[in-house]
Ligand binder design. Structure first.
Ligand SMILES: [Zn+2]
Length: 464
């Protein structure tokens, strides 16, 4: 069993919206109370109240009506959050991380979680529990929950990126397959993570998948340029230090928050789609083990202002997490291995070569030439813990599948090299035009870009 969470928007009336904010604000009060009580106790020299049971006792003592419409199960979920944060900080401090601090920041709005049995979920309708004496709170979701109703374990009401959301968490069984189609743990693929190619996957028997992330990178760059322009245009409205901002400034900030949220949703969606492509490909090839080169050690090195930003936008931890989650659901094992030196090792003869600056890796010892990221993925596959492969085998004729991440991002057209691409529109002037709904994903419309270099061909099923 694995747990999965889907975030959905809400379609609310003004009154419902106000009640939701009331609940979140009450939850913020619960959080602040926990902080306040522990502040008093610290000043008195008493032991802090951090255990969940103890906090719940204090909540019960406060009596009904203290936290407005918030019911006790919702309030307890905030206490659970506080208790978890407190104990994880305590454990990390004990382990020597003295910079970790106990929860201390007040929040005006806190997310509230309700567990199975306390809420109702039917189709697009969710019923949130409220304190006794208040009318029931029925909300309409913006889309159907993608899980069967029986598997839903909890719902969370939260405010993020300037909007109200409901997170629905379900407990899902790991995928099962017919006997001859299930992933074979002995079939290993190496995965190289990158910026230009979020995922480059290669097996030892010459199958490979290359996911292009250029659209995601473009989205990051455009967003950065946009943000810079907007900041420059609105900087004069900013309040001076110690001053309260104007109403106009509040609107500006809200707009920036909404745009930032949209950008985050877009890139996250694109990453999810890319990871889904990888896992789908792995299932098709019956790969039971993905060995992923973990580049996070390399990221600790200071790389300068510009490259640091690039690396931060890359969101490597999130990419890894998404891939691991989807692989777990599909019943595929994921190993994280050190990727040090893999991009400067020849996959054919295993000798050290200089890291190529372009996309093509060429070895002067054995005349190997091929795609750099796929070569890296190939070398990573050999580092699978417990794998029998110690010597490099010659790469057979490769079948490279090409996919693109972020094809729903605005302004993304078909590939420049795609022969079926329609002729360019006249003078778009840099604008992506009117906002349109995302086009449906059509599996037949993939890029037909060929990789150059020895032994690389396009997958035959794409040539139809
Ligand atoms: Zn070589």
């Amino acid at each position: 069993m694995v747990h999965r969470t889907a975030r959905t928007g809400l379609r609310l009336t003004h009154a419902q919206r106000q009640r939701c904010f009331g609940l979140l604000r009450s939850a913020g009060d619960v959080w602040s109370c926990a902080l306040e009580i522990n502040g008093w106790r610290r000043r008195r020299g008493d032991a802090p109240a951090a255990g969940y049971q103890e906090l719940c006792r204090l909540l019960a003592q406060s009596g009904p009506g203290t936290f407005g419409e918030l019911d006790s199960t919702g309030a307890r979920s905030v206490l659970r959050r506080y208790s978890d944060a407190w104990f994880s900080a305590a454990a990390r401090r004990k382990a020597g991380a003295v910079e970790v601090r106990f929860p201390r920041r007040r929040r005006s709005l806190m997310p509230i979680r309700w567990y199975h049995g306390t809420f109702g979920l039917e189709g697009c309708r969710v019923r949130l529990p409220v304190a006794r004496g208040y009318p029931p709170l029925l909300l309409r979701l913006a889309r159907l929950v993608p899980y069967p109703a029986a598997t839903v374990r909890s719902v969370t009401l939260l405010f993020a990126d300037g909007r109200l959301w409901i997170d629905v968490t379900a407990e899902l069984p790991v995928a099962t397959y017919p006997a001859d189609q299930q992933p074979d743990p002995d079939r290993v693929a190496g995965v190289d993570l990158g910026i230009i190619h979020p995922f480059a996957v290669a097996t030892r028997d010459g199958h490979a998948l290359l996911v292009s992330g250029r659209a995601i990178r473009a989205e990051h760059r455009l967003h950065l340029a946009d943000t810079k322009g907007r900041r420059r245009a609105t900087a004069r409205r900013a309040p001076s230090k110690g001053q309260r901002g104007s109403r106009r400034w509040r609107k500006t900030r809200r707009r920036a928050r909404l745009i930032g949220g949209r950008h985050r949703r877009r890139t996250r969606q694109a990453l999810h789609e890319a990871a889904k492509t990888v896992v789908g490909w792995a299932v098709d090839h019956r790969i039971g083990t993905l060995t992923v080169g973990d580049p996070r050690d390399v990221l600790d090195v200071q790389a300068g202002r510009r490259h640091n930003l690039r690396l931060r936008q890359w969101q490597i931890g999130r990419t890894l997490q998404i891939l691991q989650d989807k692989a777990a659901l599909a019943g595929i094992r994921v190993h994280l291995v050190d990727e040090r030196g893999t991009s400067s090792t020849c996959p054919h003869c295993g000798k050290k070569i200089t890291k190529p600056s372009g996309r093509t890796m060429a070895c002067r010892h054995c005349q190997f030439a091929g795609h750099r990221d796929l070569a890296t993925a190939f070398t990573i596959a050999a580092r699978t813990p417990g794998s029998a492969i110690t010597t490099c085998t010659p790469i057979a004729a490769q079948v490279v599948t090409h996919r693109r991440a972020g094809r729903r991002l605005p302004g993304v057209a078909t590939a420049r090299r795609d022969p079926r691409r329609p002729p360019p529109r006249a003078a778009a002037g840099g604008s992506v035009g009117r906002r349109r709904p995302a086009p449906p994903l059509i599996s037949g419309r993939e890029s037909l870009a060929h990789t150059r270099g020895r032994g690389s061909t396009t997958s035959p099923d794409l040539n139809r």
